[in-house]
Ligand binder design. Structure first.
Ligand code: PRT
Ligand code: ZN
Length: 283
């Protein structure tokens, strides 16, 4: 049995539950219990605030956790990042009122910077040799300069909309973050085995998310060129059609290249192109 901590309520909770479910780890979260046993996998889910997940894993209250890398960097502990999940992407940046004419990092010397990430900021400033006063506040950091609680802020940015609507400009991107899996350092053999099983399922889910399955009819004389355009993982499947001189070709492509590939295939005579989502992909 492995205990997995995830965010109870917030930006990462739905995608964490969806990932677990796609990996065959179903949890009944309708009762919103603190601890919930999976009905389909030897795991239980502990619902926590994201700030508490690194410590919970470090102390062994949970064996692994799904949490923003920003929290891992800020809180530290006896934990290792064992996987990156590709959602919850954001960065932690320094931002200033837009009226300031920013000359570079030296501007921060002697200034007051409001943040919920004092440890990450402290390390960054020390590394750059800048002496500034860090003002730790736990929420609504973006309003700090307007109310006189700091000259600048160090906060999470994703679209940048919040900065703009508060009259701030991002001047330094300090760290990039996304949701990650963290694991404790003293897991038993059995727990490590379950963790490996989970990670390989997560990878299958992640790999399938950005792939599309393509089927098409292709004339015999264009077959070699079609195989070059969509080479698949090993090589595409080619089946003869009932009508001679034609083949059915099946392949897998990166979703980002889908339209480009379709246009190339049409140009060499492919017909009846079908595009399907990939449910799971095991490499
Ligand atoms: O209650 P709990 O403590 O669990 O939740 P929380 O309120 O501390 O965290 P939550 O749910 O807001 O975020 C959880 C995690 O999501 C963070 O730790 C990050 O890893 C990640 N994440 C991704 C973000 C954002 N994107 C994000 N945009 N966390 C916060 N924001 C904030 C940002 O600070 C800004 O104020 O959302 C606002 C909108 O951002 P813009 O730039 O898109 O306007
Ligand atoms: Zn939080």
């Amino acid at each position: 049995m492995l205990r997995i901590a995830i965010q109870a309520k917030g930006r990462l909770s739905e995608q964490s539950l969806a990932l677990l479910s796609e990996a065959g780890i179903d949890v009944d979260d309708s009762k919103r219990k603190f601890l919930s046993r999976s009905s389909s996998f030897p795991a239980e889910i502990l619902f926590l605030r994201d700030d508490d997940i690194p410590q919970a894993v470090s102390m062994g209250v949970a064996d692994i956790g799904i949490v923003g890398y920003n929290e891992v960097l800020e809180r530290g502990g006896e934990i290792d990042v064992v996987d990156r999940l590709g959602f919850g992407g954001c960065r932690i940046s320094l931002a200033l009122p837009k009226a300031v004419d920013y000359p570079g990092l030296s501007w921060f010397e002697g200034k007051r910077i409001a943040t919920s990430y004092p440890n990450i900021l402290g390390r960054f400033l020390a590394e750059k040799g800048i002496h500034a006063q860090i003002m730790t506040i736990s929420g609504s950091v973006e309003i700090a300069p307007a109310v006189g609680m700091g000259d600048a802020i160090f906060d999470i940015v994703s679209s940048g909309g919040t900065l703009v609507s508060n009259g701030l400009v991002e001047v330094e991107r300090v760290v990039a973050s996304e949701a990650v899996v963290v694991a404790g350092r003293s897991l038993s053999e059995e727990k490590r085995r379950i963790l490996q099983q989970i990670l390989s399922r997560f990878n299958a889910v992640k790999d399938s998310r950005d792939k599309k399955y393509l089927l098409m009819n292709i004339p015999a004389d264009a077959l070699d060129e079609a195989i070059r355009i969509v080479p698949a993982m090993r090589s595409p499947t080619v089946l003869p059609l009932a009508q001679s001189g034609w083949y059915s070709l099946h392949s897998v492509v990166d979703a980002s290249l889908l339209w480009e590939k379709i246009e190339q295939l049409k140009a060499i005579g492919a017909e009846g192109i079908l595009v399907l989502s990939v449910e799971k992909m095991i490499l």
